[in-house]
Design a protein around this ligand. Sequence first.
Ligand SMILES: Cc1cc2nc3c(=O)[nH]c(=O)nc-3n(C[C@H](O)[C@H](O)[C@H](O)COP(=O)(O)OP(=O)(O)OC[C@H]3O[C@@H](n4cnc5c(N)ncnc54)[C@H](O)[C@@H]3O)c2cc1C
Length: 483
Amino acid sequence: MNSSFDAVVIGSGLGGLCCGALLANAGMKVLVLEQHTKIGGYAHNFKRRQFTFESGIHSVPMAPDGVMMHILKLLNIDSKISVIEQPSMYSVNTPDGHFSIPSRADEIDEFFKKNSATSSDLKALKSDLDKFYNKICVPIFTSGNKYIPEDSNFISQFHNRSYLQHISSLCKTPAVSNLIFGQWPYSGISEDEAGALFSFTMFMIHYKEGSHFCKGGFSSLAKALADKIIEKGGNVLTRKIVNQCIVENNRITRIATTDGSVYETRIAVSNISPYKLHSTLLMPQFQGKLLNRRLKNLTSSVSCVIVYLGMNPAFKSYFSDNISFWYNTSDFSTIYRNIITNKPKDQIDHLVTLCGVDEGNHPTLTLMNFTQKNYSSSWNSEKMIIAEKMLHKLEKLHPEINKYIELMEVGSPETFERYTGNTDGALYGFENIKTMYGEAKLPITTHIPNLFQTGHWGKPGGGVWNVMVNALNTSKLIFNSIH
Ligand SMILES: Cc1cc2nc3c(=O)[nH]c(=O)nc-3n(C[C@H](O)[C@H](O)[C@H](O)COP(=O)(O)OP(=O)(O)OC[C@H]3O[C@@H](n4cnc5c(N)ncnc54)[C@H](O)[C@@H]3O)c2cc1C
């Protein structure tokens, strides 16, 4: 036996680290076990020559008085994190035109007005944004250590309600709705299929709490959380692949890793894909039959082919969009359907471009094209074919771009799955479809009383803000269970 802990967290994504830090801060001895050589999951960065690439995350609502900072203040690590405000929430480029949604609420209102929003559109939109803020964010500030269950009356209004239906009911000017729907890459699903609750919450948090980049990259957020765990007497170990949760008397008592280590624990927290947790880490006799059946009916979110480009310093004066989405049509539903039906990518129909913000003389540009893992069975060659097409499209949009490219690295859904264990290389956990709301989402608690789940496969879903909120709720439920 290697050692004994109050809580062992499997996986060091931001959800696992944040939950671990909250538990450690409350006096628990916490161990985080991470399979990769680096902590952070999707928040890890990697170096190639002089370039440091964010593996994924580029924009998170992190206003000083917002929810993310509130959680960091609870941990007393807010001063360790500096944020840089993104100049815009996102830009969209379609055959109908190019626009950039500003990152501040008052500027967004002005922008909508300029784009023919009527006063009744704006009034309805703002009133609903306030309603969501009061229901979702305010309780986080006011609840202290108390776990506040979801308001089922509020949630039930969104049963089977698409984002399209929701926004159309508020905003009668289609041009304005389309500006909002252009944000769909943030949730990975188009407005007709996306759940209103998830997608509107996503828009609301960016509207209310802005769009930010973490100075030093999002790995500095992961580091600050890990440092808190260590400062409080816990530990965060990398290269530790958890391969078994040992159950005795219907409780997890020990966690084993592939190198033969075994850690005794009172509480286990999983930050990994529930498909892996509930099929391979638990022995068959301890697997939740109902849960496994439920998992079969759920779908992973989209993944992507990703192209990381290291650029020369002159690139910064050439390229102005920080987060931008190019689509070959304003019909986002068709693009999404092409992705989920694995339509051959003869032509690239969408391209996400993300600029690093804090990279001095070694700027980076990241390109994404959404896909499903089962699009190809030989990603090594397929990813290069798609990457070529993405670069070709980029060149069409920015004819001089090749002058600035110094280095290229390509990743596929398999790359994401390998580095983070996320099933199918899912970017956001489960697909946030309209039938997946409220109780349909995976709960934090499990059929094993001392096994909890945190991260983007749970509620509210994918994205850093959601994952940190989920981690806060997980820590509260754990405190409830032991006190
Ligand atoms: C390309 C890309 C861009 C994105 N952009 C944004 C963005 O701009 N803004 C935003 O808010 N969100 C963004 N997201 C989504 C966001 O990054 C994720 O939703 C969030 O970071 C997931 O955090 P998590 O805590 O669920 O864990 P993950 O990041 O999924 O981490 C899980 C961890 O568990 C570890 N693990 C898995 N199996 C084991 C095992 N058996 N033993 C030990 N460890 C294990 C993994 O190695 C990993 O470190 C993006 C995602 C991607 C991929």
